[in-house]
Design a protein around this ligand. Sequence first.
Ligand code: TRP
Length: 367
Amino acid sequence: MGKATLSLADDISGLTSELCRAVGLSHSTNAAEEYADLVREMLGPGGDRPIGQPPAWPSDVADDHTPVEFSLAVDRAGRPAVRLLLETLGEGTSIEANVCAAQELLPRLAERYGFSLAAFDAVADLFLPKHPQGRFAWWWSVVLRLGLPPAFKIYFNPEVRGRAVAGELVEAGLDRLGFGGAYPNLRRRLRPGDELDRYSFFSIDLHTQPDPRVKVYLSHHDGDLAQLLRTAGAARQVEEEQIREFTAIAGGHRGRFTGRPLISSLSFLAGDTDRASGFSVYLPVRDYAEDDEVALARAHALLAGHGLDRALLDRALTVLARRPLNEGVGLIPHLSLRTGRPHTGLTVYLSAESYAVTPPRPESLAS
Ligand code: TRP
């Protein structure tokens, strides 16, 4: 099928099944086909539009407005997890239409996969106002692992009622899910003025256990390692040295990140009454590298430093790299490090580039 007729859902579901096969998530079953169908369903009615036409909704999931971004996490035993960040596209082109389509999907997924809606019900009225502001109101993540059912999260937008009340929304969300005591500790680590450290996502796990799991994400504009470490202080058991080394390697030994912001997240698990359990950093490597060859070299260096095998990433790229790595930037949009509970790990984000490729960056801008 040519690009003129291939739909977005065809493209993304095809990539999903090929990616799952390439990294070994589908050996004895037809899991790859099931995942492809799941992703097609989750894309919603907007997935039917041919990718030869410009995107109808300017999704902020990926730079070229593809409403999906893949990522690959590898653990010490060499086991991969493939993850998709995804925005359901409704009929028509508005955040309201997308929320409506996602809302319709939710009970179907809950029934099929047996997850609880308690956490969702506890915070939905906060984060889903009638007239959402900003660039999104509801994104999903789906984690695919060998031999396990898919695992889902919902990402809400703390600025959905305007930037001025983002902190209050996060505080209320944490409070309703039992983590209210941890908010002051987080709040005081942010730079004054609400402009530099902004709440970017509030995520809840959709799972079968009774304990809620929440992540709060911050974008650190004009940020540096010091601000990451300050934020990390709102979590227990953070490995500062790992954060330092990750930021140096992934960021190409830059001190200050004046392009796209550094992002961090704090993850709250049962019992986290004053501090978070885990801390993660997401570095938008595409703004700080000339091209994807450079970004991949940094990913390889990080994997090697953690004693992790690069073969899975290389296999994933045989599927997702649909052009030479040095002919664009953003195929690898972010690199990320997780520290603390539940476990340490590296994640490499991978774009579909269904609509467009960003040309390589002149060296002077990247450095
Ligand atoms: N595209 C947006 C950004 O780069 C949102 C996003 C997509 C994101 N994947 C992410 C943010 C991974 C942090 C980490 O900010």
